[in-house]
Design a protein around this ligand. Structure first.
Ligand code: AMP
Length: 191
């Protein structure tokens, strides 16, 4: 199996690049943000709980996120591998993911970390708010809160993977294809 963590702040291009990577490498995309939005759309209890946190731009509690990822992994047997997008966002989630991988007899092979300056992220997110209708992308105060949460709670996750020798920073500004090639070059070393 080939299991990749695609890391980076909101607006770094994780969703866009994941779509291209899953096609090229035949992987299963696990975006926790997308899974929560699906639950919200379907009106599930998990969705209602998650929405309260998402509306404020705060993280959904670890046990809810981890349980949802566990379910998704279990419901995708026989896949060639996973791309985790927007997960893990805390050290507790990173530890839980290692345990989930181990339980399934596999491991995280590499972390690709997209790096984008904050002014560019704010510009991209406000723009996405217009085109996608995502309410958490439409309010600059909420966006700034999400970036603050990212800096405080999520950046330590990069160190967690760095300590395992798995961190690969990739500059996330440029053409989509150029960035995709840089990501693919790192992945190709792991297959
Ligand atoms: P995203 O689509 O990845 O930007 O996620 C949208 C929102 O969903 C975030 O602002 C969080 O409220 C929530 N969320 C997504 N993934 C996670 C996660 N791994 N841990 C906690 N909250 C998450």
């Amino acid at each position: 199996m080939l299991n990749i963590v695609l890391f980076g702040p909101p607006g770094a291009g994780k969703g866009t690049q994941s779509e291209k990577l899953i096609n090229k490498y035949n992987l299963t995309h696990i975006s926790t943000g997308d899974l929560f939005r699906k639950h919200i759309g379907e009106g599930t209890e998990l969705g209602r709980t998650a929405q309260k946190f998402m509306d404020e731009g705060n993280l959904v509690p670890d046990e809810i996120v981890i349980g949802m990822v566990d379910d998704k992994i279990l419901s995708t047997p026989g896949t060639a591998g996973f791309i985790f997008d927007g997960f893990p966002r805390t050290i507790a989630q990173a530890e839980a993911l290692d345990a989930l991988m181990q339980k399934n007899g596999t491991q995280i092979d590499t972390m690709l970390a997209l790096e984008v300056p904050e002014e560019e992220l704010i510009k991209r997110l406000l723009n996405r708010g217009i085109t996608s209708g995502r309410t958490d992308d439409q309010d600059e105060a909420k966006i700034k809160n999400r970036l603050g949460v990212y800096n405080k709670e999520t950046t330590p996750v990069a160190n967690y993977y760095n300590n395992q020798g798995k961190l690969n920073p990739i500059y996330g500004v440029g053409s989509i294809d150029e960035i995709f090639n840089n990501l693919s070059n790192v992945i190709d070393k792991h297959i």
